[in-house]
Structure formats: C-alpha cells, structure tokens
Design a protein around this ligand. Structure first.
Ligand SMILES: [Zn+2]
Length: 171
C-alpha cells in the first residue's frame, strides 16, 4: 500500500461503511460544490485498488482516481478539500505522489505489514459446514454467506469459514 493511500484513508468520514465488494461508501462531499443538492444517501464510493485510489459519486457523477506513478491531480485535490483536508495534508499527498513517479519507487517498500492477532470467535460461531448440517433448521442468514464465499472462489464447506448470529458480525 502506498503512503498516498494510507494518508488519503485518514480523510474519509468516520462513519464510512465498507462493503465486501471493496467499496467504502459515505455521503458524497462533491455534490454541493457542483450545483447539486448535498448527498444524504451515502452515494460517494471509494475503492483502494491495489496501490491506487478510485472515487465515484453515484449522485452527481463526479469521479476521479489516482494511481502510483502519476501526479495527485486537480480533481483528487478538490475531492480532498471537499473532505475537509488541511492544505498541509494535500501538500503531503502531492509530495508522496511525486515520490511514486521517480525511478527509485518500488511499491513493495511501502507494503504495510499486516499482523494478525488471534481473536476469539464471536458467540454462537459455527463453521459453515456445521450450519449446513442443520438442514432445514439452518438460519436463512447463512444462505447469502455461503453464496458470498462461493462467489469469491472458495469452498464454503471446507471448514475454514465461520458464521455467527451475534450482532455486529452480520456482514
Ligand atoms: Zn457528488
């Protein structure tokens, strides 16, 4: 992940909502600056694609993106301002983008290390395999989970996927 992506993430509103498709949605900050009424239906979407950033507004149709090796463009700067970034933050984004344009830029240097910590499974967790064994008594909510895992190219019944009915783990 690039420092540009790391930095840009900090500008997103705290209540932005991520979905399994990879889009994070929040009230689009662009619309009211472009002659549209302010968005209240979380129609702004952002995706961090590899090392880059893709933004799309499904309300006023504003879109922009940034990829490593390219400058932090005017539209990205505007988007940052609309997300109430400080001018210093924007300078940093421009500067970090510039660094990705140089021949010495190696994406892997920026790869952040993910450290997994063991977390106890939420209450009532069973593997998808075990849920399926309930047959007709299986909670209906398990069905979209099975589909999701299957559509991602994994075998939902290999015992590695868990689902729990406890709240807070619904996605
Ligand atoms: Zn918009």
């Amino acid at each position: 992940m690039t420092l540009v992506v790391d930095k840009f993430r900090t500008l997103l509103p705290p209540r932005a909502k991520s979905s399994p498709s990879g889009w994070t949605s929040f009230n689009a900050p662009c619309c009211q600056h472009r002659g549209h009424s302010p968005d209240t239906r979380k129609r702004g979407g952002i995706r961090f694609d590899g090392d880059g950033i893709v933004y799309n507004c499904f309300n006023c149709k504003f879109s922009t993106d940034w990829q490593p090796g390219s400058p932090f463009g005017e539209k990205m700067k505007n988007l940052s301002r609309w997300l109430v970034a400080a001018e210093d933050d924007i300078k940093e984004l421009i500067f970090e983008s510039l660094k990705t344009e140089g021949p010495e830029y190696k994406p892997e240097q920026y790869q952040s290390k993910i450290e997994f910590t063991d977390k106890p499974l939420p209450e009532g967790s069973l593997s998808l395999k075990e849920w399926v064994e309930f047959g007709t008594d299986m909670p209906l909510e398990v069905v979209p989970v099975l589909e999701y895992v299957y559509n991602r190219g994994y075998d939902p019944l290999d015992g590695n996927f868990y689902w729990s009915p406890s709240s807070g783990y619904e996605q």
